[in-house]
Design a protein around this ligand. Sequence first.
Ligand code: UFG
Length: 331
Amino acid sequence: MKILVTGGAGYIGSHCVLALLEQKNDVIVIDNLSTGHLETIETLKKYGNLKFYNLDLVKSKNLSIIFNENNIDAVIHFAAFSQVGESVKNPQKYYINNVVGTLNLLQAMLENNVKKIVFSSTAATYGEPEYIPIDENHSQKPINPYGQSKLMIEKIMDDYSNAYNLKSVRLRYFNVAGADSHTRIGEWHNPETHLIPNILKSKFKDGQIFKMFGDDYNTKDGTCVRDYIDIEDLVNAHILALEYLNNGGETNFFNLGTNNGNSVKEVFSTCERVLGEKIAVQIEARRAGDPASLVANNSKAKKYLNWTPKISLENSIKNAYEWEKVLQERI
Ligand code: UFG
C-alpha cells in the first residue's frame, strides 16, 4: 500500500514509518521538521521505499498535489505540537497547528477521494479522570489547549465520517515509552520533558539531579501513576487500525495503554535497575496540570483490533537506554 504519514520525522511517527517500511509499504512522509529530525528521515530511508516532503500542513497549498502524485491509499496523521504546558501558555500555536493543519489535510484527502485515516489522539482528551481505569465511554473534558485541540479534531472526524464517509480510527495514547528494539531510532525531543528519558539522561550529565515533581499525591506511594505503553506495541496498534479500516471497519476510537499503572517512583527504581546505578533525585513541587492517576482500560482495542501489548516497562526502559547512548554520541 501507499501510505501518507504526517509527522513521520517525530518520535511516534518515525517508529510507525519504520514498521510500515518493514511490511513493504511505500511510505510518503510530510513533516515540517519543527520538532522532528532530518537525520531520522535519512535513517528510515535505509529500510524501504520512503519519499519525504518538508512541508507544513498549515501553510502548504500543495497537499492535494502530493496525494495526486503519489496515489495515496490511506493516511496516518501524527503531525502536531504535543506539550501540555506550552499549550497553556500559547494556545494559538496549538489550535492553528493542530486543528487548521488537520483541516487542510482532510480537505486534500477529500479532493483526492482518500477515505481512510488513523489519527494520533491522546488520553489528554479525557481531562481529570472521573474513574480509573479509563475506558472510551469516559467523558471527554480536556483541561488544557493541547487536549482540546485533539478533541476538536476527533469531533471534526466524526462529522466528516457522517457527511463524506471519510472513515477514521482515533487512537488515544496514554504514556508512550521506549525506542526501536534494534536501536535504529528513538525518542529525541528538545527540550525533553518526559519522565523516562529525563531519568536516563541524568546518567550522562555530571552533577545533574533528576527532579521528581510531587510526592504528596493520593496514590500508592505519593507520586503520580501513569500507564506506560511501549512504542513498538503502540505502533503495532496503528498497523492493526489500518487493517481494520481496509477490512471495512467503521469510524472508531480506542485507548492505547496496558491496563497497568506505574508510579513515578516505580519507574525511577526500574530505571536505576536498568542503568545498574543510583541516580541523584530531588523532590520538587507538583507540576501544574498533572492528574494523580491515568490508567487505560484497553479492552476495546483488544476486541476490535485484536491488539495486545507485549513489552514490559523494564524492556521498554532497556530499549530507551540503548537509544539514549546512541543519542548522547550524536548531540
Ligand atoms: N515527571 C517528573 N520529572 C520529570 C518529568 C516528569 O517527575 O522530569 C513526572 C510528571 O510530573 C508526571 C510523570 O512523571 O507525573 C509523567 O510525566 P511525562 O511528562 O512523562 O508524561 P505526561 O503524563 O505529563 O504526558 C503524557 C504525554 C502528553 C499527554 C499526556 C496525557 O507526554 O503528550 O501524557 O495525559 F498529553
